[in-house]
Every structure is written in C-alpha cells, then in structure tokens.
Design a protein around this ligand. Structure first.
Ligand SMILES: CC(=O)SCCNC(=O)CCNC(=O)[C@H](O)C(C)(C)COP(=O)(O)OP(=O)(O)OC[C@H]1O[C@@H](n2cnc3c(N)ncnc32)[C@H](O)[C@@H]1OP(=O)(O)O
Length: 430
C-alpha cells in the first residue's frame, strides 16, 4: 500500500500468524522497532518468541510504515501501531467490544509528518467498520491523543503503606473474618487468579479484559525485566469460608540497601469482597522484615478508611490510567447506566467524524435510547470530553466549569449522566 503524503514509504499491516521467512523477518524488525523506541533495545530471541506468542494469542494487527529503499541493510519500520479487540465493562449488564491500542511509535527521522495521524485514523476506521464501539489506550504523554477524540476516563493512585511494627493497624481485625489465606506458586495459582479476575471484570466498571501477556507475567513464567523466569514473584490467595478463591495478591519482595528499606511491590491485587481485600492487606503488613508496601489502589480506597492512622497510607502519585475513544455513540451510551429520566440533545464535535453531529438521548429507569436528530442542541461538547465523562470518573459540572460542556441543558445532562454507577476502576495496563 502506498500513500501520497509519504511517497518514500510503504505502509501496511503484518500478519501476526505468518510463518514464511520474509514476514517473520518483518515481524522481527517490527518488534525491534517498538522495543527500541521504548528504550529497551532490540528484542533478544526469548523475548521475541514470547512477544510473538502472546501477540498471536490476541490476534494483534501490526500497522507499520517503512522506507521504500535504504542505502544499507533491509528496510526497518519507522512507525509501529499495534491493536487488537477485547472487551470492557462500562457499567451495564454486558461487556462491550473494545479496540485496544499499544506500541505506538514513530522514529525520530520521521516525526511530525503525519504518520501517527495516518495509522490512528486507519485503525479507528477499521474498528468502527467492524462495529467495535470503543477504543482504548494508555499514554506516555497527555498531550498526544485528545486530538483523536481520546479522553482520560479512569484514574489510579499509587500509595506507599507504612507497615513497620506498631504503625499499620486496621480498625477491625481482618483475621477475625471467615476465610483463609494460602501461599501458592504463581504458576499453580494462575488458573484461579484468572477466574477471580474474570469475576472482577464482570463486576467492575472501567475494567478491561487482559491481554495474553498477563499469563506469562503473573504465572511467573517470564519476567520482562530480567528476561527469564520470575524467581521473586509470589502469590497469596484468599479463600472464602467454602474454600473458593475470592481474592489474590501477586507481589514481589524487594530488598533495600538498609534494613528499613526492604519493601513489597504489589503487581496485582483483586478482591471480590471487602473482607478479602482487608485480609490481603493485613497479610502484606505481616510479611516479616518489610517496612513498606507499594501498590496501586482506587482513588477512594476502603484501605484509607480501614486503618487506624490514615497517614500510614501515603499517596505517592495519582494519574490518568485508561484513555477512551467513543466510535459508536448509540451503542456506547445505551450500554452505560444513567440516573434521572430526562431527554437532551447533544451536539458532539469530532474531527475524525465518527460520532460528530446531534444526538437525542432519552433515559428511562437507568437505561438510554440514543438516536440522531435535527433538533436544536441543549448541550455541546467534544468527543474527547464525552469520553472523559463516559465512565463517570469526572462530572459534567466540573467539565462545564472548565468550559468544555456548554449549552442551556447542562444541568439536565448532569442529572442524567453523573453518579449513575460506581466510580470506574481499571488496573490493567497494556
Ligand atoms: C498508546 C501508546 O503506545 S503511548 C506511546 C506513544 N509513543 C511514544 O511516546 C514514543 C515516542 N514518540 C513517538 O514515537 C512519536 O512522537 C509519536 C508517536 C508520539 C507521534 O508521532 P508523529 O508521527 O510524529 O505524529 P503526527 O505527525 O502524526 O502528529 C499528529 C498530531 O499529533 C501531534 N503530536 C505528535 N506528537 C506529539 C507530542 N509528543 N506532544 C504533543 N503533540 C504531539 C502533532 O503535532 C500532530 O498534531 P496536528 O495533527 O493536530 O497538527
């Protein structure tokens, strides 16, 4: 495929399942290109094998641009863009299909020539044509993706919890609750943690189905930092009174330079009940020789309120997690929960066109009907702003005060859209 704006380049997609020599060489060059762009150097043979295996399991599409000719050696990609389809929880009874995007890179030699715009436009058009109503990514910089209609839709907080003796104390003894803990080898625990995660996904607004590489990482099979089996990863399961896993924590103990610097980094923690959640925290606090635990938690996590001294849970960082893009507005808005019954006409600005125009939203008992209309709009906003409001992480009056939602019916829209479901939570990076 050629492109008038880039006559010197070949643009196309690679078949992740191909096994012929020429495509395999192109796949290898593609892997080296994104890995180098993310400052990790070229993939070694083991990493390349792992990357191809999980990419095949997810049926990933690799979009690339590469020079038509080179002065020396084979032509290497100057742009990479990987995507695949999964599902996410938007707060309604059904999971919605989701286009997941990652490994977006453009070589310094080819920046600001519209390559990202080209690959993004093609990929979003492909998702829309396949009826995928939402796209998602996580970002390296906050200034890149708003122009393509993506808005930050969930946030995460990183905390450091002081677990030195005498410091960490829960108000209610978590060990009094029915249930038990078991330390299990990560590879043996993985099938159970996957089941717990599936239940968590079904219950948790904002959460997404996990890419295949999670199995390699959380089973301890492969650590991408060390490039070998993960000898440090541990998994503790929480079992309910009937002995069924209803929570887990996967973590690494890190040795510090001095005794008071030994700490735990939580890699993944999911609890299906409040009791399991607090019991797992008590477990982490009880690990010997540890002074603090680092974890990513909800913005307003029950842990903050369960400890005797709230200052033992110190926020180190809080930032955007999942960025969303709505591609099919009726499907997306009809799938999420709504609060008050009312009707409003939205005028949506969308440079890429997918959801541009006027839409009437009518809500009835928590569900919405959405159709195109010629009626005059009561609320005007951009695709980017609607994406940020979509999961309820941010409220309409806040965005109105920022000048991003306008019109006579802003209050009505707020009454319909805000506080219509639980705060979203996504702890799945990709
Ligand atoms: C989902 C992920 O993978 S996140 C990781 C993103 N990748 C990286 O951070 C790796 C390092 N950076 C890069 O590889 C490149 O700079 C990219 C991919 C961010 C941009 O690629 P380019 O091909 O240069 O972008 P392109 O020329 O298509 O620009 C598209 C628009 O984005 C803007 N833009 C591009 N990069 C940036 C940036 N870093 N900050 C702000 N604006 C940007 C351009 O100005 C342009 O705006 P306009 O079309 O409204 O005039």
């Amino acid at each position: 495929m050629s492109n008038d704006a880039h006559p010197d380049l070949i643009l196309g997609t690679l078949d992740v399942h191909a096994t012929d020599e020429e495509t395999l060489a192109a796949l290898h060059a593609y892997g080296d290109a994104w890995s180098t762009a993310f400052l990790e150097g070229r993939l070694d043979e083991e990493k390349r094998k792992r990357w191809l295996t999980h990419s095949r399991a997810d049926d990933v599409t690799f979009r690339f641009a590469r020079p038509r000719s080179t002065v020396a050696g084979p032509s290497r990609p100057v742009a990479t863009f990987s995507s695949w389809d999964q599902e996410m929880n938007v707060g309604g009874p059904e999971l919605l299909p989701l286009r997941m995007i990652t490994d977006v890179t453009v070589a310094p030699t080819h920046r600001r020539r519209g390559l990202l715009r080209r690959l993004m436009s093609e990929d979003l058009a492909d998702a829309a044509a396949k009826g995928v109503p939402l796209a998602a990514l996580t970002v390296s910089e906050g200034s890149i993706y708003g122009r393509f209609g993506f808005g930050p839709a969930t946030r995460l907080r990183s905390v450091e919890v002081d677990v030195r003796p005498g410091r960490f104390r829960l108000r209610h003894d978590a060990t009094d609750e029915p249930g038990s803990l078991q330390l299990v080898e990560p590879k043996d625990a993985y099938p159970l943690t996957r089941e717990v995660y599936a239940e968590h996904l079904a219950r948790t607004r904002g959460e997404v189905a996990r890419p295949a590489f999670y199995e390699q990482v959380f089973s301890g099979d492969f650590n991408w930092e060390t490039g070998g089996p993960d000898r440090v990863l541990s998994t503790v399961l929480h079992l309910d009174a009937d002995g069924r896993a209803d929570g887990y924590c996967t973590y690494r103990v890190k040795e510090g330079e001095t005794h008071d610097q030994h700490h735990i980094r939580v890699a993944d923690m999911v609890a299906l009940t409040p009791a399991a959640h607090l019991r797992l925290w008590q477990f982490l606090a009880d690990v010997d020789l540890i002074s603090h635990v680092r974890a990513r938690v909800l913005l307003d996590d029950p842990l903050d309120h369960a400890v005797v001294d709230p200052r033992t849970v110190e926020t180190k960082e809080q930032r955007d997690m999942l960025w969303l893009r709505i591609l099919d507005l009726p499907t997306a808005l009809e799938a999420r929960p709504w609060r008050e019954d009312a009707s409003v006409v939205l005028e949506v600005a969308d440079d890429l066109g997918h959801i541009a125009g006027r839409w009437r939203i009518s809500t009835d008992k928590g569900r919405a009907r959405v159709e195109r209309t010629e009626d005059s709009p009561g609320v005007a906003l951009s695709a980017e702003t609607l994406a940020t409001l979509y999961l309820g992480d941010r409220l309409v009056p806040t965005m109105a005060a920022a000048g991003r939602v306008t019109g006579p019916d802003v209050e009505t829209f707020a009454a319909m859209a805000d506080h219509a479901g639980p705060a979203p939570y996504c702890r799945t990076g990709f």
